[in-house]
Write a protein that binds this ligand. Sequence first.
Ligand SMILES: [Zn+2]
Length: 223
Amino acid sequence: MTKINLLYHKEITCPVCNNEFSSKKVRFSKLRLIKRDEDFLSYYEDINPLVYNIFVCPNCGYSATEDKYKELSQEDRKIILDKISAKWNKRSYGDIRDIEDGIESHKLALYIGELLKYKKIELGSLCLNIAWLYRMKKDKEEYRFLELTKELYEDAYYNESLIGTNMDQLRLSYLIGEINRRLGNKDKAVKWFNTVISNPDLQFNKALETMAREQWRLTRESL
Ligand SMILES: [Zn+2]
């Protein structure tokens, strides 16, 4: 399977400037999973869909995940036009992307997410994606973005509702534990894994239970 066959075009209308452009997307059904890290980074043969996660309008620079390509409020449109489009060097991310393009487009989306005051859980997930892209190229910048993810996820855990997001309390506390483990904060990691293990809802998620217990054991042994 060549890379080309794994991709298809998606036509998108920009909610900021109404420009129509196309971006590549990955056919998930044709991907072959090689392995998955304990913080859920999935590795696939040939291509990683993460690289194509962010749509970038070549005309005005609006960059976001597909679910953010819907109507924006007038205030948000104005923020993008003033802070992004005014300085935007017209360029396209619509072709085949490498990891570096994936990182750049995620950083644009993260900056826009900060400007538009996304929820911390959303900003955290963008940071985690950036950390993963750096991990794929074995770049130490990964740890700077894991640190940011940890801070945003902890803030979200204590201060935000997760309703309507693709995250739940269990998965979030597990991820905070695992990210702390990767950052070398072992005591904190154990504490977060304990939060997961002592949650009665864990019985409904056997896969996460196995992972939480295994990562708890691994961290405890290394203390
Ligand atoms: Zn646009």
